[in-house]
Design a protein around this ligand. Structure first.
Ligand code: DQQ
Length: 502
């Protein structure tokens, strides 16, 4: 059933069956990439969560492996929630949140050298309780790293009435942990949008790293914004969006410099986790959650998509930029290129000759002040009243009327589906565009859509019902110079049917 679903992605990683959420234990080990994920093979709902496991040698195609962790009697009886993989002097070791009695505590499992079997350590839970005397909202998920001769760990949490936080711990052996204190405490009312609750009552899946690839805690040069703390803002049960603080981690605390949105798709790129690969790239995966109802997910038989791996780099302004790993280009097949041309607001849409629902598009564009480029995807053949397709998902690039280097990236999903039960909320965010120039990359994979405009990501889900595949391009305002457009259909990464691994 799931395999036949036309909305199921074909070149993104999805679980063999049932439910998938957060990426876990993302890493590279002797050349092989490992992706673990929150998994329920029993059905497309979040329950009795296990750790699915897949490996890759190229970050493009994936091989399934048996489940690495499953709940068992004890501190993870109700679920093996999110966590990380670390290299403990050659031994692959998982640090994760065991769930039992509706609370989560840190647990550890050690792997065999070939990653095929995992043994939970007798010391579990390795941290017996959250810090005493603090009124916490929740407490789970782990970021673990080596610093000097010790291990350090962050556990995501929140302090009631104050805001999200991450508690810092230290250990010599990953088994016995000393509590140090909160790394720092966010202000729940603080935020890029000024909205109350923007940073959440709790920070899920905290991920602290140095963007220059050097180990955390090593002294750095004069610039004071080289550390990044990624978290997923969670508001009393509601998944809000991924955010990051730039700042400086030193000693036992983090001095924040700025707060930023990680992906303009908000909750559609949730619970990201990153790692440094053997070539020194900071690679991040995120969970593309669904925008359809619980009942529709169960009915479909599958839920959740893993993002394509994306590389994070630091821009001159001290914030992050992202691009899908170049390896993904291996999947490119038939290509269509459009000659450079000028599009004007009054003119008819350009005939792209591009169609498909599994596409990689690359465009270089120059926008005049006030101009708007409109790229339509998944357009249905039959038109509505005014001749526009009955269904269409529209990406817009808008340059500020006064010109300059600023504009907006917008995803208009309001006509993306005739199904009234799916999420079609608008998504948008500010887009730096030096002198009106934009490099736009769009990866469309059935219901999964990843957009990168000058490195600013916007990830979302769309649920067309009419099977439309038309790609349209037009200037809806002002003058847009299309410098180049190249499009490819993308190959599938899973051939035949996958075995449901227990
Ligand atoms: N999902 C996990 C938690 C995490 C949340 C449970 C984020 O560990 O906080 O599946 O999506």
């Amino acid at each position: 059933r799931a395999e036949a679903d036309p909305l199921r992605p074909r070149f993104h990683f999805v679980s063999p069956a049932g439910w998938l959420n957060d990426p876990n234990g993302v890493s590279q080990w002797n050349g092989t990439y490992h992706l673990f994920y929150q998994y329920n093979p029993e059905g497309a709902f979040h329950h009795h969560i296990q750790w699915g496991h897949a490996t890759s040698t190229d970050l493009v195609t994936w091989s399934d492996h048996p489940v690495a962790l499953a709940p068992s009697e004890g501190p993870d009886a109700e679920g093996c929630w999110s966590g990380v993989l670390v290299n403990d002097d050659g031994t692959p070791t998982l640090v994760y949140s065991g769930r039992a009695g509706e609370r989560e505590l840190a647990c550890v499992a050690v792997g065999s050298a070939d990653f095929s079997s995992w043994t939970k350590v007798p010391e579990n839970p390795v941290i017996a309780a959250p810090p005493a005397g603090v009124d916490i909202t929740a407490y789970r998920d782990h970021c673990v790293w080596r610093e000097g001769t010790k291990w350090r760990q962050l556990v995501g949490s929140g302090i009631r009435g104050r805001g999200g936080t991450a508690f810092l711990y230290e250990s010599a052996d990953l088994r016995a942990w000393d509590y140090i204190g909160p790394l720092f405490i966010g202000d729940a009312s603080q935020g890029a949008s000024g909205d109350t609750g923007w940073t959440g009552t709790m920070w899920e899946c905290v991920d602290l790293f140095r963007v220059d690839g050097r180990p955390l805690g090593t002294p750095s040069s004069a610039d004071n914004a080289s550390d990044v703390l990624v978290f997923s803002a969670w508001n009393d049960g509601e998944t809000l969006h991924p955010l990051y603080w730039t700042g400086r981690y030193s000693g036992d605390s983090f001095e924040p410099a700025g707060l930023h949105r990680l992906d303009y798709g908000g909750r559609f790129f949730y619970a990201p986790q990153s790692f440094l690969d053997e070539s020194g790239r900071r690679i991040m995966f995120g969970w593309l959650q669904e925008g359809r109802s619980d009942a529709a997910m169960v009915e479909a038989g599958w839920s959740g998509v893993m993002s394509l791996p994306r590389v994070a780099t630091l821009a001159d302004d001290g914030t992050l930029r992202f691009a899908p790993v170049p390896e993904i280009k291996k999947l490119r097949r038939d290509t269509v290129s459009l000659p450079g041309q000028v599009l004007t607001g009054a003119g008819t849409p350009a005939d792209t000759g591009v169609s498909g629902s599994q596409l990689d598009l690359e465009l270089d564009i120059q926008l005049a002040p006030g101009a708007v480029l409109r790229l339509g995807l998944l357009g249905s053949a039959d038109g509505g009243a005014n001749g526009t397709p009955k269904e269409e998902t529209v990406i817009e690039l808008c340059r500020a009327a006064e010109g300059g280097d600023h504009g907006t990236l917008r995803l208009d999903r309001t006509r993306s589906s005739l199904d009234p039960t799916v999420d079609v909320e608008d998504k948008s965010g500010p887009l730096p565009m030096p002198e009106g120039r934009v490099h736009l990359r769009v990866l469309l994979d059935r219901s999964a859509l990843e957009i990168f405009a000058n490195g600013m990501p916007l990830t979302a889900r769309v649920y067309p019902t009419l099977g439309g595949e038309h790609v349209s391009l037009a200037a809806s305002e002002g003058t847009v110079r299309l410098l180049s457009l190249d499009a490819w259909t993308m190959a599938e990464i899973f051939e035949g049917s996958r075995t449901l691994l227990p």
